[in-house]
Design a protein around this ligand. Structure first.
Ligand code: HEC
Ligand code: HEC
Length: 206
């Protein structure tokens, strides 16, 4: 997607949102599905199964995590460059009921399977995910993200997520740009580049 195209999509979405603002207020679960199909689909794909690594997959993500992120965008607590450019405007139009409806909608979607990667890399990533890197003080990711990386409550699902998106987030946690997540900043500081690459390849393959 070119920058120009994205800017145009965003402008149209924001125009549609401001026109629809009154009907979006006090949304029900059905409204969550409707809004997702009208707006979020442009970037996050049908049922949240985004095809582009630019846009995180939302299918099967936990409702609690989605709600926390939307509120983070809305309150400008999650303010890295892409979040600012793509999600701040949209989130500013969503009230708590709508946020909950969207979270519940995506959580109820069956997550499509991941994409396989280089077998050696995936195998090394699996070890990092399941056991951490005790010598470097890296905790096992599975302790928080679940044995199958399926997520739980505030701990996001990572299984099947796009590898470039995962790597970008790890880098943002490390640099402090995604600054509202102290736990992950600490974890990201301890991971070296090769371990990050391996664990991201493993997760995308789930
Ligand atoms: C114009 C494109 C675009 C649209 C439309 C859009 N998003 Fe996003 N969204 C993004 C991008 C890009 C990111 C990743 C931001 C980053 O890398 O920090 C994102 C991130 C998110 C995240 C965080 C995901 C995670 O794994 O942390 C959630 C939740 C989200 N969007 C929900 C929504 C919902 C719900 C809608 C519809 C109301 C929506 N988005 C519409 C582009 C979009
Ligand atoms: C102590 C608990 C804990 C451990 C251990 C942990 N994480 Fe996390 N992780 C979290 C939490 C909490 C979040 C959500 C942060 C937020 O709300 O923004 C998160 C978010 C993430 C995200 C962002 C997901 C998204 O959709 O944007 C990635 C990527 C991630 N973790 C990777 C890892 C990896 C890789 C490991 C192991 C090396 C790991 N985590 C270990 C708690 C943990």
């Amino acid at each position: 997607m070119t920058k120009f195209f994205v800017a145009r999509v965003l402008r149209n979405i924001l125009l549609a949102l401001s026109a629809a603002a009154l009907t979006i207020l006090s949304a029900t679960a059905a409204d969550g599905a409707k809004l997702a199909a009208q707006l979020c689909v442009a970037c996050h794909g049908v049922h949240g199964h985004s095809e582009s690594p630019m846009f995180p997959r939302l299918d099967g993500q936990t409702s609690e995590y989605i709600q926390a992120q939307l509120k983070g965008f809305r309150e400008h607590a999650r303010g890295e460059t892409d979040a600012r450019a793509y999600m701040w405007g949209i989130a500013s139009q969503l009230d708590d009921d709508t946020v909950r409806a969207l979270g519940d909608y995506y959580a109820s979607q069956t997550a499509a399977p991941g994409r396989t990667g280089d077998a050696g890399l995936v195998a090394r990533g699996r070890v990092v995910f399941e056991q951490g890197v005790p010598d470097n003080g890296v905790p096992a990711c599975a302790t928080c993200h679940g044995a199958q990386a399926q997520g739980n409550g505030a701990f996001p699902r990572l299984a099947g997520q796009h590898e470039p998106y995962l790597l970008r987030q790890i880098e943002l946690f490390r640099s402090g740009a995604r600054g509202n997540a102290p736990v992950m900043s600490a974890v990201a500081h301890q991971l070296n580049a090769e371990q990050a690459q391996a664990v991201a390849a493993y997760l995308q393959s789930r």
